[in-house]
Every structure is written in C-alpha cells, then in structure tokens.
Write a protein that binds this ligand. Structure first.
Ligand SMILES: *Cc1c(COP(=O)(O)O)cnc(C)c1O
Length: 407
C-alpha cells in the first residue's frame, strides 16, 4: 500500500496536496539557489513569510526567525547547536574541548517516548549519546516531570550541566502531548534552553479550535515543525523556529569571498542553516497555504481529529482497549487478553495481527511499543481519509484478529 492511500494509517507520512506537488515541480524547474538572498530574493521572502506566519500562530515572540530544513531531524540538530551556542559562547570556536572542566558534561533531557534522532544528534555534535537523558514516561506515556526533577538533582550533584530540555508535542509512537507548561517552568528554573519538538502536532497551530493543545509552546526557545507530516507537503520540508535569531546567526556564521555580500535587510539563508546550497523547500508550503488558506488546513486537522475519535470509539466497541490518551488522531490499541499475557507474547500476537492486515492489502498499520507495552498503532495523516476508510480498517483489523494462526 502506498503512503498516499486513505487507509495508510502509518508513520506520519501524508498524502501531498496538489499545490505541494506543483511547488516541487516549480522549484525543480526554476531551481533558485536558496543559499543567498541576492540569488533568489522572492524565494527567500516567501520562506520567511511562512516561517514568521507559523511562529506567530505558535505565539513565539515577534523577533522569532528560523529556517527550512530537510525534516524534523535536521531541525532538532539545529536546536542542539543553537542551545549549546547560547549556553557556551566558546563552543563555536573551541568546540566541546573549550568548555570549562567543571561542569563535567553538558546533558539534555527528553522523554523516553521522544523521537530518537536525539541520540544521533548527540553523537554528531560531539556531546556523545551518553549526554542524552531519556526520562522514563509516566503511566500516560507523557514526560514525567517528577522523574525529570529527580534526575536533574542527581546530575547536578554529580557535576553535570543540564543545558537543554525537550518537550514533544505528539510523540512518534503514541501521539502524546508532553506537559509543555510544566516543562517550560522547569527549564526556566534550571536555566535550560527549552525546545519543543512539534514535528507532527505543530499543524494544529493553524486551527483556532485545536491550537490550545499546544499551550506552553509560546514559551519555547525553539520549535520544530515538519511540513511533510500533518501539513501534507511532499517530503522533505521541516522547519526550525527560534526566539533567539542572534544565537541562530552565531551558530552558522561564516564568511567567504566567493559568496555574495550579505544584503542589508535580510541575512543570507546559508548563514542560518546547516545547509549551504538549498532547494526551495518552502514553496510547496507557501503555495498550499496560499491556495487553501489557514481555514483549509484548520478544516483538515479538525476533520482528521474527529475521524481519530471515531476510530477510537469503533475499535473500543469491537473490544479493543485503547492505551494512549491523546486528542491527536493516533490510536494505539491492544487486545486485553493478549495484553495480559506479558510483553513478549503480546508483541508476537499484535505484530502478527498488524502483519496480516498489511499483507491483506486493505490497510497499513503497524505494531508499536509504548514504554515497552506492545500495541497496534493507527495514525491518520491523509487528507483523503473518510469515515468509510475508518470502518474498513476496523473490519480488516477484526478479521485479522480472528484469523486462524498462520493464516
Ligand atoms: C518524524 C519526527 C521527527 C523526525 O523528523 P524527520 O522529518 O523524519 O526528519 C522528529 N520528531 C518527531 C516527534 C517526529 O515525529
């Protein structure tokens, strides 16, 4: 099953909008060079417009700036570099070797349910994977603030330096929203950079009704939003936003004789991004927004959310037990009897059921573990999905559940 199918209930990969596809084609044909403002002034302006518009919808301060990225992982990498640069001005030139001997090690904190690109990022920034504290989630798979506090105290006592706290708005497994206001408070108390990874859920900023789900994001020092997830852009289009444009500029500063001089009004994008030559990724988002408007996106995320509620209700009626608690259209269910049989047997059974559905070609869904607990995961990200599709997936899952072993 292709990822653009209305019954692909998968890994946040959307059905692209027609305007998004047109944007890809135009960007490829015109091929503007997004490194330098002087080479593509209109393109740079369109990207800045989208970034500023989104920053305003998220409630970030007026000076917020950002950059388009390949995806969420690059945006999260940018967050770590910016956070380190804000904390240690010497990091830019002397690197980690230039940090004071004490504290021993800069450490960052994310929920164990967060996106694990943090480990790769810690590796490649030189922090090392051991610098990532994956805090075990609470019973609802949310960031456990009490555990975080205990870990912070222990780390500080052993001479480490907490510098970055990450809240996830829409965890990849369970679609769970971390308690952003509490995390913002703790970040402030310990002087940590507060990053919100809203790769998936950032889209709800476009809906007046759903935007309150992101309460607390306005206090973030930086935010990740993926346009190629719930904003239905073709891959790849991520966005990094920060309330500290000076730290972003400091993170990527460089000067060469062969690049055109910086314009007076706008920083060249290659100076605010890991990338240098860059494709016009923002066009597909700009065009889709221009065509359907904020209202068009609001209607989509509200409809998807309502379909997610319908899916959860129907599965519950069929005897499945929902184990994740989120208003986002991510539904993780277990068969209560198999769930009680222990994680190993439960995983084998739930994975086999998901596999049967996928092999039948009726729908795509996947097994997942939430804090180790196996389940079947269904996630709505196609703007083509309708209630008939929800019903079809519920019956495909029902058939797979009762199929004889090995069928
Ligand atoms: C998908 C995802 C990422 C990674 O984004 P890519 O676009 O795949 O690089 C990061 N964080 C969260 C919460 C995600 O869901």
């Amino acid at each position: 099953m292709h990822t653009t199918h209305p019954r692909y209930m998968g890994l946040f990969n959307p059905t692209p909008t027609w305007w998004g596809v047109a944007g890809e084609l135009i960007a490829a044909g015109v091929n503007p060079q997004l490194a330098a403002q002087s080479h593509a002034p209109a393109a740079v302006e369109m990207e800045r417009h989208v970034l500023r518009y989104l920053a305003a919808r998220l409630g970030l301060p007026e000076q917020a700036e950002g950059s388009f990225t390949v995806g969420g992982a690059e945006a999260n990498l940018t967050a770590v570099v910016v956070a380190l640069t804000r904390r240690h001005p010497g990091y830019a030139d002397a690197g980690l070797a230039g940090l004071p001997r004490r504290p021993r090690r800069p450490v960052l904190y994310a929920s164990a349910e967060s996106h694990h690109a943090w480990l790769k990022i810690a590796h490649l920034t030189g922090l090392g994977r051991e610098a990532v504290r994956l805090v075990p989630a609470d019973a609802a798979y949310r960031f456990d603030v009490a555990r975080l506090r205990a870990l912070l105290d222990a780390d500080i006592a052993s001479g480490h330096e907490p510098f970055l706290l990450i809240g996830t708005a829409g965890t990849t497994g369970g679609g769970v929203l971390d308690p952003l206001p509490q995390l913002a408070y703790v970040a402030g108390e310990f002087g940590m950079h507060f990053h919100v990874d809203a790769a998936c859920a950032g889209a709800v900023a476009l809906s007046d009704r759903l935007r309150p789900l992101l309460a607390g994001v306005e206090r973030a020092d930086s935010v990740t939003v993926d346009a190629h997830k719930w904003l239905s852009a073709p891959m790849g289009a991520g966005m990094f936003l920060t309330a500290h444009p000076d730290a972003l500029a400091e993170s990527f500063r460089v000067s060469t004789s062969y690049m055109p001089a910086d314009s007076e009004t706008t920083a060249d994008p290659y100076l605010t991004s890991v990338q240098w030559s860059r494709r016009f990724a923002g066009l597909k988002v700009f065009l889709a927004l221009a065509a359907v408007g904020r209202q068009g996106y609001a209607e989509q995320v509200e409809r998807d959310t309502a379909l997610g509620e319908l899916l959860a209700r129907r599965l519950t009626e069929e005897g499945w037990l929902r184990i994740n608690d989120t208003p986002l259209p991510v539904v993780c269910v277990v068969d209560p009897d198999r769930d009680a049989a222990g994680p190993e047997r439960s995983w084998a059974w739930h994975a086999a059921v998901a596999d049967r559905v996928v092999r039948g070609g009726e729908a795509w869904l996947s097994p997942v573990r939430l804090a180790g607990r196996p389940a079947v995961r269904l996630c709505l990200t196609s703007h083509r999905t309708r209630s008939e599709d929800v019903e079809a997936v519920v019956s495909a899952l029902g058939a797979a559940r009762t199929a004889p072993r090995g069928a």
